[in-house]
Write a protein that binds this ligand. Structure first.
Ligand code: C2E
Ligand code: MG
Ligand code: MG
Ligand code: MG
Length: 281
């Protein structure tokens, strides 16, 4: 208030800022309520192996169907859930749901679950993962957790211990959005990742922007020499796919194969890419 009075120029922005604050408060209220009503749904996007030319798993992606606004992107509400301290229960719900669903898939298929920085360092993550596996019967090797570099920046000390506890459960860990954060290279060396997910911003620029091909080639080479799988995200065109295949990328994911789909459509996606699969409910 005081600032508004002292500096006239601030007044100009005031109504808009009030509106944004208002919208934000409403979203916070709705988010709390949504959690109690379980108004969330998990969608699944296939991950396609270029080694076997088959779908080898799915990434679980959270969806919030808001009563008024329709589907709201997780990129918008996850940061709010983190701030409000709701990400731990929400993240654990996704984890349980994804394991429950994946336990019914054929044995070769994995499920990848995103874990936010706050959730990663919460005391309950390892217990939550162990419990989710135990209760659903999903073998640990079929679960993959995706974390971003922000996790490592926030808490490099405890990260190693947590990663090792997860790996003791047989769970695999992937570094998500690789190339968008800081110090990626030292992190790759220091932490026991199984997979690098090349960020979609690089894939988008493949065959378009000079130099991108070399970066992608270098990341795939890096992954291979560190014994990690590389997955390219956001593959939308045949040209991108051909380039990634030529460079020896292990796995691809993107709209070219399928958008994220509700659980009821997972069997169709598998059938479309892997041929008949009656094994699925
Ligand atoms: P992410 O983990 O990097 O997921 C990939 C995002 O790219 C997803 O967006 C997916 O729908 C989108 N995508 C996939 N293929 C393509 C493509 O070909 N083109 C384009 N343009 N986009 C593609 P989504 O579902 O909106 O999720 C956004 C982010 O929200 C995720 O990025 C992840 O960081 C976060 N997120 C989603 N679900 C969860 C969750 O359950 N827990 C946590 N902590 N974060 C989540
Ligand atoms: Mg991800
Ligand atoms: Mg990503
Ligand atoms: Mg390979």
């Amino acid at each position: 208030r005081g600032k508004t009075e002292a500096r006239g120029s601030f007044r100009f922005f005031e109504p808009e800022m009030d509106a944004r604050l208002q919208a934000r408060r409403l979203l916070e209220r709705d988010l709390r309520e949504a959690l109690t009503r379980e108004a969330f749904e998990v969608y699944y996007q296939p991950i396609y192996s270029l080694d076997t030319d088959r779908v080898c798993g799915f990434e679980a992606l959270l969806r919030w169907n808001h009563p008024v606004r329709g589907f709201i992107s997780p990129a918008e509400f996850i940061p709010i859930a983190e701030e409000l301290g709701l990400i731990v229960p929400l993240g654990e719900w996704v984890l349980r749901r994804a394991c429950e669903v994946a336990a019914h898939w054929p044995d070769g298929l994995k499920v990848a679950v995103n874990v936010s920085a706050v959730q990663f360092t919460s005391a309950s993550l390892v217990t939550a993962v162990r419990e989710a596996l135990r209760r659903t019967g999903l073998p640990g090797r079929r679960l993959e957790l995706e974390i971003t570099e922000s996790v490592l920046v926030a808490n490099p000390g405890s990260t190693t211990a947590i990663l090792h506890s997860l790996k003791a459960l047989g769970v695999r860990v992937a570094m998500d959005d690789f190339g968008t954060g800081y110090s990626s290279l030292s992190y790759l060396r220091s932490f026991p990742f199984d997979k690098i997910k090349i960020d979609q911003s690089f894939v988008r620029d493949l065959c378009i922007k000079d130099g991108t091909d070399f970066i992608v080639r270098a990341v795939i080479g890096l992954g291979a020499s560190l014994g990690m799988t590389t997955t390219a995200e956001g593959v939308e065109t045949e040209a991108q796919l051909a380039q990634l295949r030529a460079e020896g990328c292990d796995e691809v994911q993107g709209y070219l194969f399928s958008r994220p789909v509700p659980v009821s459509e997972v069997a169709d996606v598998i059938r479309r890419w892997n041929g008949n699969s009656r094994a699925i409910a």
